[in-house]
Design a protein around this ligand. Structure first.
Ligand SMILES: Nc1ncnc2c1ncn2[C@@H]1O[C@H](COP(=O)(O)OP(=O)(O)OP(=O)(O)O)[C@@H](O)[C@H]1O
Ligand code: SF4
Length: 314
């Protein structure tokens, strides 16, 4: 079959036969071949017990997206009255099991589906990392297989009643993003939190991510500038590690009329806590980075409580 690039929103009328089997058919802006996958309805029903669904996105890899997803989950779950679920759909590079201190854990099957792994009574986690025999195993899958795994995660995991489902995604706008948007199109996504570093190379990719959100009609909750300066633990002075682009995320948010949710400074203790599978928020709660995380999480809570989940974006 002739290969052609996927073009969002372009006029590609008459190509419906080429669309057969494409995981993006129901979100594709071309309007061709919109045969909905029955799993979308199953997922919608399954997730009626989940109040808020938040995607964590980044344009670039390594900017701190999984670290943010983990700390967002920890912070939300620090309220015992809230049930929180964290889903890692970074199929090829799952780092959530390590960051959450769950390496070596396994998923179990029960009558009502796959049981997630619990960090605490009110914080459940699911990741492909739990299905690998070793954390060093490589997952080398093409799009349809990743798509199938994401479908299973959404349809077969027994989350129970959940206030917040946080979805940690891989960097960029790849198969995993298209699948998650497709399968959650019935259940509704509250919005996306987008992580960047202050560097222009990261901001450039974030602009693409924001365009992706617009195309697939996911509201952007706001942008988080991570690794934003370094606060010296001794003198408390802030050094800009990426000085040429200081304020870059702020400017980008002003241009695009999006909220800058906050700036999280570099703090080497974050890496240490993550490597040891512990929450930095409880390890060093008074640090500038922990305070920044908490302020950002509060804005996300406020967003969710004032936000009603949209209907099917298509
Ligand atoms: N504010 C910060 N200060 C210091 N280190 C940080 C900070 N945020 C994240 N890190 C560290 O940066 C590294 C990359 O973070 P993380 O794995 O969360 O990035 P990511 O965007 O999810 O990457 P990937 O693209 O691989 O999914 C990790 O070692 C993490 O501990
Ligand atoms: S369904 Fe949409 S995304 Fe998929 S091939 Fe057709 S036009 Fe492209």
């Amino acid at each position: 079959m002739e290969e052609r690039p996927i073009t969002w929103g372009s006029d590609q009328a008459g190509k419906s036969s080429a669309c057969q089997g494409c995981p993006n058919q129901n979100i594709c802006a071309s309007g061709a071949a919109k045969a909905p996958d029955p799993a979308i309805e199953e997922i919608r029903q399954k997730l009626t017990s989940v109040k808020h669904k938040i995607l964590v996105l980044s344009g670039k890899g390594g900017v701190g997206k999984s670290t943010f997803s983990a700390h967002l989950s920890h912070a939300l779950a620090s309220d015992d009255s809230k049930e929180v679920a964290l889903l890692d759909v970074d199929i090829c590079g799952p780092s959530i099991p390590k960051i959450m201190g769950l390496e070596g854990e396994q998923v179990h099957q029960s009558g009502s589906g796959w049981s997630p792994v619990y960090v605490e009574d009110n914080l459940a986690v699911m990741s492909i990392g739990f299905l690998l025999s070793s954390p060093d195993d490589a997952v080398i899958w093409r799009g349809p297989k990743k798509n199938g795994m994401i479908k299973q995660f959404l349809r077969d995991v027994d989350w129970g009643e959940v206030d917040y489902l946080i979805v940690d995604t891989p960097p960029g706008t790849s198969d995993e993003h298209l699948s998650i948007v497709q399968y959650l199109s019935g259940a509704g996504i509250d919005g996306a939190a987008i992580i960047t570093t202050p560097q222009e190379v990261s901001l450039q990719d974030v602009r693409k991510e924001i365009r992706f959100c617009k195309k697939v009609k996911i509201p952007v909750i706001g942008v988080i500038e991570n690794m934003s300066g370094f606060v010296c633990p001794k003198c408390k002075n802030t050094s800009q590690i990426f000085p040429p682009t200081t304020g870059g995320a702020q400017r980008m948010c002003e241009e695009l009329n999006l909220p800058l949710l906050g700036r999280v400074p570099l703090d080497p203790r974050i890496g240490r806590s993550c490597d040891e599978g512990r929450s930095f928020l409880t390890e060093v709660p008074d640090s500038p980075a922990a305070v920044a995380y908490q302020n950002i999480v509060q804005k996300i809570r406020d967003y969710c409580s004032s936000h009603s989940t949209p209907d099917d974006p298509c």
